[in-house]
Each structure stands twice: as C-alpha cells, then as structure tokens.
Design a protein. Sequence first.
Length: 115
Amino acid sequence: MSGRRTGAVLALLAAGLASGCIGWPEATGGGLAERRPATDPVFTAREARLVALEREGGRRFAAVELAEASRLYVLARRSSEAGQNRRAHDELTAFDALMDLAETRAAAMRDGAGS
C-alpha cells in the first residue's frame, strides 16, 4: 500500500510542478509586458524619460525616485496590456509626478545645490 501512496504523491507532485510551467501570456494577459519593446508613443516617451534621467545621474542623485518610477512604469505597461486602461492611466500619472520630482532633485544635486 505504501508503494501506491508513494506513486500517488509523486503523480500529484509532478502535476503540480507541470502546472507551473506556462507559456508567454496572451495579448491581454499583462504578465511580462515590460519585456517587449514599447510601441505605444505614450510608453516610448516615458521610457525615454527614464533613460535620460539615468544617463544624467539619476541613480546617484535621485535613486529612490528613479527606482519607484521604474516600478510604476512596469506596472503601467502590465495594466495597459491587460486592458486595465484606467489603472494604467493612474500609474502613469503617478509616474509623471515622481519623474518631475526626480528630475528636479537630480538637476539640483548635479548643479551643487544639494551639497
């Protein structure tokens, strides 16, 4: 009887592990949307803004804001791909406000006002 139990446990374990193997999310699934290149001008402009801030010393002068803005960008991309447009809009609004702060802070620190 223990052989049957062992076999049943192994079968359940294998089924559980196999269910964790999933493919790429569907077009409306959100998921790893941020891994694909942005084609929407709304997102390409914001991505360019992130890259510009990083290039201008954002990681040094506004690291917390840059990290949070990056997180909001990813969330907005996922929400948009999942068809949650209102949520994506709210996340982009928060992103813009945070980037305004980060760019102002980075510029002030770069120019020596923060020292």
